[in-house]
Design a protein around this ligand. Structure first.
Ligand code: SAH
Ligand code: SF4
Length: 432
């Protein structure tokens, strides 16, 4: 979501006449787009700002001004504290107000030396005010839903991104058609809780994510559809059946369980048990046995015992995730879990994370190794580090490196997989 927001912010700046700088030293304007989800991510912005201040001072002694701004969820959470901790920052704006950047920048220029901040939860929808989202290559993000009403007890998202809202169906389809006409062959639908999408159609009826996917699948030239991130309780049968009916929907699903322990899931205020979650996966695999699963995990949530942690490992052994993200629980100010008794010691969190990650990496490596010898359609997205190399993604989001001509960038090519590590595959063009 932050990559997507940064792209939209760049779009606004381009309209104002800015062009990308080649280095920080050359930048007249620097904006940090920030994340507040865990303490480490949130603190990083202040150390980065400190480093940037040195560059700002260097530029100032050469007679050049630098405007520094902070966007994103840290702004929503820290508010005026940003300026207190980094008084050289010129402006700050939250994730729902960055469409107001033109006015904010005009104010900054008028009132250089003061701090302009906008942390409203605005009545208007930012998507109605942003310049068009342009395709940045073969694969594009498209935000369809924002905010969250789930209030998991550890999470800041409902406080920083606000209540859940969905964009109208017609707006999403128009944006998707434009992205495809500009060269995108894959669209990744984004939302904090994307499968609870309930955007209105032209008749004012609420439509689901499954409906949207079926409509998108009709677009000629669009070859791949993905969506992220989903909430288990919102995996409807209709959405599950899309994996049976729609070949353009990639057979890879990121469905975070967070913990395998029902006691912990309840304390997290998740609306599912581990049994509910495993039953959803059974249904998914019945709809399409080729589906590979991914998840997020939190270890060391308050009161997590060895037995609770073992329940998480049991789920991993059952699902055999092909990829996953795992984190130590990070107490976030203002969330209920931060005040819960029996907070788990840092040392225990660290040990559990290591055990979990080793197990997850084993399954990831096994899955990657099983890919050797298979022919997979790969969408090439970037140039590799070596000359003549491109990097792309398989349907399962595996990174694949291949020596292949540069004109295949942003195209899907059938690749025979020849090698595998935990994090990537190598391959050659089928027939080479
Ligand atoms: N909406 C998605 C996830 C959004 S946040 C969902 O419900 O699954 C991305 C991930 O960050 C979460 O899945 C969770 O694993 C992790 N996360 C969120 N808050 C956290 C915290 N306080 N400490 C550690 N990890 C956290
Ligand atoms: Fe946060 Fe996801 Fe829970 Fe919403 S569903 S509160 S975004 S973890």
């Amino acid at each position: 979501m932050n990559v997507y927001d940064s792209g939209r912010i760049a779009g606004i700046l381009q309209q104002l006449g800015y062009t990308p700088a080649t280095s920080l030293k050359d930048a007249d304007l620097v904006i940090f787009n920030t994340c507040h989800i865990r303490e480490k991510a949130a603190e990083k912005v202040f150390s980065d700002l400190g480093r940037l201040n040195l560059i700002r001072e260097e530029r100032l002694s050469a007679g050049k001004d630098t405007i520094i701004g902070v966007c994103g969820c840290v702004v929503q959470a820290e508010d005026e504290q940003i300026w207190k901790r980094a008084p050289f920052v010129d402006f700050a704006t939250g994730p729902l107000t960055y469409h107001r950047l033109p006015e904010i920048l005009a104010k900054v220029k008028r009132r250089k030396g003061t701090f302009v901040i906008d942390t409203d939860f605005p009545a208007e929808d930012k998507f109605d005010f942003l310049p068009a989202n342009h395709s940045s290559g073969g694969c594009s993000f498209l935000a369809i839903q924002e905010g969250c009403n789930n209030f998991c007890t550890y999470c800041v998202v409902p406080y920083t991104r606000g209540v859940e809202t969905s964009r109208p169906v017609a707006d999403v389809l128009a944006e998707a058609r434009r992205l495809v006409s500009e060269g995108s062959v894959e669209i990744n639908l984004l939302g904090q809780n994307v499968n609870s999408y309930h955007g209105e159609d032209a008749q004012g009826h609420e439509r689901t994510l499954a409906y949207l996917i079926r409509q998108l699948a009709e677009i000629d030239g669009l070859e791949r559809i993905r969506y992220t991130t989903s909430y288990p309780a919102d995996m409807t049968d209709d959405l599950i059946n899309c994996y049976r009916d729609i070949p353009k929907l990639m057979p890879y699903l990121h469905l975070p369980i967070q913990s395998g322990s029902d006691k912990i899931l309840k304390a997290m205020n998740r609306r599912h048990t581990s049994g509910d979650y495993l039953r959803i996966i059974d249904k998914l695999l019945a709809a399409n046995p080729q589906i590979g699963m991914s998840s997020d995990f939190i270890v060391g949530f308050p009161d997590e015992t060895d037995a609770d942690f073992q329940a998480t490992l049991d789920v991993v052994n059952q699902v055999k995730y092909i990829q996953a993200f795992s984190f130590k629980y990070s107490p976030r100010p203002g969330t209920p879990a931060a005040l819960m008794p029996n907070q788990v010691e840092e040392k225990v969190k660290k040990e559990r994370l290591e055990i979990l990650q080793n197990l997850l990496f084993d399954y990831q490596l096994k899955f990657n190794q099983q890919s050797i010898g298979q022919v997979m359609p790969v969408l090439f997205e970037h140039k590799g580090r070596h000359k003549g190399q491109l990097i792309g993604r398989t349907p399962y989001m595996q990174n694949l490196h291949a020596d292949i001509s540069a004109d295949k960038l942003n195209h899907i090519v059938n690749i025979k997989v020849t090698g595998a590590t935990t994090n990537s595959l190598t391959g050659i063009k089928e027939g080479d």
